[in-house]
Design a protein around this ligand. Structure first.
Ligand code: PMT
Length: 408
């Protein structure tokens, strides 16, 4: 939802200011327009020319700068802005915010700002833990339009290790993105399966597939942004993928049987279930309890069928619950997906085919067709998985609106 939005980036004088050019790049890459308002101290840490070039606009740092058309130009940023980010937010600027002090361009702009503000504190651990700073952060955290981000522990620029690090630019972007999204799924509980399953052969080997979880976690982020309460039943995925679902509940599983148990157990409490995991259809009949050694002979693995989570949820589904599956195909794609839609009693199925370059497993892009139980079919071009997730979330929102507007 950053696309087309107006974001003011307020920079105060902390060493983490060196990360702000990256934040501006991420925001503009996502389609946002950025204006920068910086303190004099901030400009000691990061160059005005860099900020001006990346934001493609003048940097507001003077109340009475000759290039400001009017002396109140920096204040009128509240008319222009959809959201403001204060990063890094030093103890000083947080103190000014909390106490209504306006003595430079940034603090004056912030005092006039009545739109959402994201504050990313950044300071030395002792400062961060000082009672005055704790009180000031608590004060602004109570305001309706302010979201204060956590300050993770880690190595600080001053050489200390502890709390007070600025949140990473990617995480600041995720929060901004979320705050700008209309809450169309508020109150909906979503159960989402994600990633691959692993079926043990012995303690060191397993059968699995290439699912990275990128599609499912992009979807989790998109649904959560719209106000849904998302629980992910997740196979193993990389930490940078997992990070996209900061505010979701994640239940870790390994095998298809574990995923089946965790999903069926929670389904009755869900309004919506979306099955994006690549679940192994078969598992070794027995897993050896010791590493299988070479014997110089052929080894035959006997496989047995795993339970089908989607089909079971299709049987358990009650009126008012929405069940969405995925279909990963290589051939005869649409017909196979239609068959799965019917057989598993789904309300919709998201088809992706490995025959399409850039679609399916472990890519950042996907090309999907969404088929509805009423026969409707929506074809989409190849897109980034974050955009595909948005398309799927739109359809899910529409279907769930229909279900809840049905007479009881
Ligand atoms: O994770 P990525 O790298 O981003 O890749 C995304 C993806 C390709 C994994 C994803 O887009 C996708 O297609 N997921 C479903 C993969 C799959 O297993 O499709 P299927 O056609 O075999 O299964 C049909 C449906 O039944 C799916 O919703 C699947 O989750 C479900 N299923 C399958 C088997 C099983 N035992 N239980 C199930 O619930």
């Amino acid at each position: 939802m950053l696309s087309g939005k107006h974001i003011v980036v307020g920079i105060s004088g902390g060493i983490a200011a060196y990360k702000i050019p990256q934040l501006i790049r991420l925001l503009t890459k996502a389609g946002a327009e950025v204006r920068v308002c910086a303190t004099h101290n901030a400009l000691e840490f990061v160059g005005e020319v860099t900020l001006r070039t990346l934001s493609n606009a003048p940097v507001y740092s003077e109340v009475f700068a000759p290039e400001n058309n009017r002396a109140t130009e920096h204040i009128s940023l509240h008319d222009w802005a959809d959201l403001t980010i204060v990063a890094p937010a030093t103890a000083n600027i947080i103190g000014k915010m909390a106490n209504g002090i306006a003595d430079d361009a940034l603090s004056t702009m912030l005092l006039a700002m009545n739109k959402p503000i994201v504050v990313a504190p950044s300071m030395n651990t002792n400062m961060f833990l000082h009672p005055a700073v704790v009180r000031n952060i608590d004060t602004i955290g109570l305001w309706d339009n302010v979201t204060v981000m956590g300050s993770p522990e880690g190595l600080l620029a001053c050489g200390d290790t502890g709390a007070g690090r600025m949140a990473e630019p990617e995480d600041i972007c995720l929060i901004a993105d979320k705050l700008l999204e209309p809450q169309t799924l508020r109150g909906k509980r979503v159960l989402l399966t994600a990633g691959p399953t692993k079926e043990a052969i012995d303690p060191v080997r397993f059968i699995s597939n290439h699912s990275s979880g990128k599609m499912a976690y992009a979807l989790a982020h998109e649904l959560e942004k719209r106000g849904a309460e998302v629980t992910i039943i997740s196979g193993e995925v990389a930490s940078e993928v997992r990070r996209r679902a900061n505010d979701c509940t994640i239940i870790d599983v390994t095998s298809a049987e574990q995923m089946y148990a965790a999903t069926t157990e929670r389904f009755s409490q869900a309004d919506i279930a979306i099955l994006c995991a690549a679940v192994a259809d078969y598992r070794p009949e027995t897993a050896a309890d010791r590493k299988i050694k070479r014997s110089g002979e052929e080894l035959t693995l006997r496989l047995v069928e795993n339970p089908d989570i989607a089909a079971r949820l299709g049987q358990l589904k009650q009126a008012g619950q929405l069940l969405v599956g995925f279909a990963l195909e290589t051939d005869n794609a649409e017909q196979n997906a239609q068959d799965k839609l019917k057989k598993k009693n789904l309300d919709a199925i998201v088809l992706n085919s490995l025959a399409d370059k850039g679609a399916g497993f472990n890519t950042d892009t996907n090309k999907v067709t969404i088929l509805l139980a009423n026969g409707e079919a929506m074809h989409y071009p190849l897109k980034d998985k974050t955009e595909v997730a948005r398309d799927i979330a739109e359809v899910v929102t529409r279907l769930s609106d229909k279900l809840t507007s049905l007479p009881l």
